[in-house]
Design a protein around this ligand. Structure first.
Ligand SMILES: Nc1nc2c(c(=O)[nH]1)N[C@H]1C(S)=C(S)[C@@H](COP(=O)(O)O)O[C@H]1N2
Ligand SMILES: [Mo]
Length: 312
């Protein structure tokens, strides 16, 4: 495959972001990946990968960004196995086109959204966020996406919609981890409506300037930076607006250990380990975990009056 530099790409070729992303996915999965691996240096693939028209969004942390290699090889994506290295080795079997997201439940405009149509609906922004896993490690990731709230407004949820329930693809032929019962499948998550509408909450379609790698939840995943990483559900195929609090995968699997809210909280330990500190991937010394993962100024008011020990 011929690898083009950005200067070789005519603007007529990049008018459709969906087409561009799809081409990128083919290249990442194909020759470009092999060539850049062989070159072993700052690759042309990385140059070509910049998504067009991505502006820096709000809330960016100025902490140093975790290496692309760590972000894409140290993953939790149980659909591809339970080891951190499984997703990067196995997620190439995920087919991310065609891809649709079904929208239903308490909503004025139930519909099936095609990913490429969705990508044309909203300007993409870079959001540099901390991600804090419940396993007490963290990363800083330059996501690309758009606010979930912007999409929700267009879908016109009814007044009965108090929560949003999210579902990951169920496809054991593509997702080998779904052939074992490490979790109940499909993976499900949920947010309260005000959490879903919060401007920090995004649907991410890329990172480090490129289309989302499969192991990070291609083609579209949630990112909720003040909550433990598992709330940020990957490879989403369904949004359902509901009245009552929806079930969530980790809560179903171990309700004593993982609650619905799962706000990052250094004062509420996991029953089997402390949450007061974390290891930033790529660093040796541990750091203190911050309330709401450092986003307290933005989100603490959402939980005013709630006991965050019982609502963990
Ligand atoms: N569908 C699905 N989404 C998922 C998971 C998963 O196993 N399946 N793991 C979660 C967990 S525990 C974390 S920490 C983050 C990790 O995201 P990353 O691999 O992009 O860093 O994804 C979350 N989203
Ligand atoms: Mo996690």
């Amino acid at each position: 495959m011929l690898i083009k530099r950005p200067s070789d790409v005519r603007s007529s070729e990049i008018t459709s972001l969906g087409v561009y992303l799809r081409r990128r996915e083919l290249m990442i999965g194909g020759a470009a990946g092999v060539i850049s691996a062989l070159a072993g240096c700052k690759s042309k693939a990385a140059e070509v990968a910049r998504l067009p028209g991505v502006k820096r969004g709000p809330f960016a942390t100025d902490e140093s960004q975790t290496a692309f290699k760590d972000i894409t090889t140290y993953n939790n994506f149980y659909e591809f196995g339970t080891d951190k290295s499984d997703p990067s080795r196995r997620a190439h079997t995920l087919r991310t086109r065609p891809w649709t997201i079904a929208v239903d439940g308490e909503v004025g405009k139930p519909q099936v959204l095609d990913i490429d149509a969705l990508l044309k609906m909203f300007p993409l922004e870079e959001r540099i966020y901390r991600l804090r896993c419940v396993e007490a490690w963290s990363m800083v990731i330059p996501w690309i996406g758009f606010p979930l709230g912007d999409l929700i407004k267009r879908l016109e949820p009814t007044s009965r919609a108090k929560h949003v329930a999210f579902t990951t693809l169920l496809a054991p032929d593509q997702m080998p981890g779904q052939r074992s019962s490490s979790l109940e499948w499909p993976y499900v998550e949920g947010l309260r409506m005000d959490e879903a509408m919060h401007p920090l909450t995004i649907l991410a379609v890329g990172l480090y300037g490129q289309a989302m790698p499969n192991q990070n939840g291609a083609p579209i995943r949630l990112v909720v930076p003040w909550k433990y990483g598992f709330k940020s559900i990957k490879s989403i195929v369904k949004l359902r607006f509901v009245e009552s609090q929806p079930p969530t995968s980790w809560n179903l699997s171990a309700p004593r250990e993982y609650g619905f809210y799962s706000n990052v909280n250094p004062d509420v330990d996991h029953p089997r380990w402390s949450q007061s500190r974390e290891r930033r991937i790529g660093e040796i010394l541990k750091r203190k975990t911050l309330a709401f993962n450092g986003y307290a100024a933005e989100v603490a008011s959402l939980y005013r009056g709630m006991d965050l020990r019982t609502n963990f």
